[in-house]
Design a protein around this ligand. Structure first.
Ligand SMILES: [Zn+2]
Length: 371
């Protein structure tokens, strides 16, 4: 199996290619932009280019073919993984367990590249995984002259603000990168990266895809029926990942929970308590993260309406249903959005979803009441 072809990002690819071929590509980069637009796919594309025997990403040499199948020994793809449920007896064993989880996930992504990862526990790029990365970076490339490290969702290197150890260990790597070794970080929340990490990478903004690019990908690569591809591309905000999530049947239940949460925040204290009572204690983390994302999306729509910009909304009707004829000031909505951001950050750590939901609900209610 190899990856589906990269969609869009034509202009940025031209720029990266020119820089790579003239030797001006920095050793450490950060690709940042909205979730699901293909930043890690772009990083994989760039890796192939860097590792290619002809240095042009020919697609035919051994190196290109191995990179395309995610089997290149000098292409190292890191991203957040779940900690093993049973704590291993030693740090070395934990390192190996996390590394195994990572390699298993690389394999899964090769087989089902369009399926988002499923996780019930918190995920992170934990210190032990970064140690493994440093170990690999210290040894010479196996095949050619170069090695590439991709670090997807790089902000999860600090899953808990109190323990920046993983990011600091990574920092040492960025400070003195081994020769001919490239680090490509990606993040849809670059503000959550440690400032010291951010200052050592060249930040490159990746724009959302064009609607027709999403549409073509969904039809030609994912094999969706034309009508469905059209409809979801239209509301994808240029994100293939988002279109795939929206298509998921479970998404409708997620949106219902998100609306219930916002409606409770807008209603009386009694309604809020009732909502919390109905929230199951141990909701699956992936689902909870999806609910928070749906809340954020709804709030963005409400903000679009407040700005009298209904064409920017995902679902104007749904947003109107929720707020009725209330007028919410923009700074109120911005405060509410900050609270959701905080809740999403907390949800990545080891905090009970119900506890996060109740804090979020109180804060949202406070913010929206003021308005
Ligand atoms: Zn090649």
């Amino acid at each position: 199996m190899s990856l589906p072809p990269i969609a869009g990002h034509v202009a940025i690819r031209e720029r990266l290619e020119t820089a790579a071929q003239s030797g001006r590509l920095p050793q450490s980069m950060l690709l940042h932009g909205p979730a699901g637009i293909g930043k890690q796919r772009l990083a994989l594309w760039l890796s192939r280019l860097l590792l290619c025997e002809r240095r042009d990403g020919c697609g035919e040499c051994r190196s290109c073919r191995m990179a395309e199948r995610l089997e290149h020994p000098d292409l190292h793809w890191y991203f957040p993984v779940e900690r093993p449920s049973k704590r291993p007896s030693s740090p070395a064993k934990l390192r190996e367990a996390l590394e195994r989880a990572r390699l298993a996930e690389v394999g899964r992504r090769r087989e089902e590249p369009l399926q988002p990862p499923e996780a019930d526990g918190p995920r992170g790029i934990y210190l032990e995984l970064v140690q493994k990365m440093r170990e690999r970076a210290a040894s010479r490339p196996a095949l050619g002259q170069r090695a590439v490290f991709i670090v997807g969702e790089a902000e999860t290197m600090v899953p808990q603000a109190a323990s920046p150890a993983a990011a600091n260990a990574f920092l040492k790597l960025l400070e003195e990168p081994p020769r001919d070794t490239f680090f490509i970080l990606t993040s849809s929340h670059p503000g959550a990266l440690l400032p010291t990490v951010r200052s050592r990478v060249l930040a490159i903004r990746v724009a959302p895809l064009k609607e027709e690019e999403v549409d073509a990908f969904l039809r030609d690569e994912a094999g969706w029926p034309t009508e469905e591809a059209n409809r979801l591309a239209r509301i994808s905000h240029g994100s293939i990942g988002r279109a795939i999530r929206l298509r998921d049947a479970a998404a409708s239940a997620v949106h219902e929970r998100a609306d219930a949460l916002l409606a409770a925040a807008l209603a009386s204290r009694r309604d809020r308590l009732e909502f919390l009572v109905t929230l199951p204690a141990a909701r699956a983390r992936t689902e909870f993260a999806n609910i928070l994302e749906a809340v954020e999306e709804r709030l963005r729509d409400i903000t679009c309406l407040a700005l009298e910009h209904p064409e920017g909304t995902f679902d104007a009707e749904g947003a109107r249903r929720l707020i009725g004829d209330r007028r919410l000031p923009i700074d109120t909505l911005t405060r509410a959005a900050d609270h959701i951001d905080e809740a999403r950050a907390a949800a990545q750590g080891n905090v009970n979803p119900q506890a996060i939901a109740s804090v979020l609900l109180m804060e949202l209610a406070g913010a929206l009441d003021d308005g």
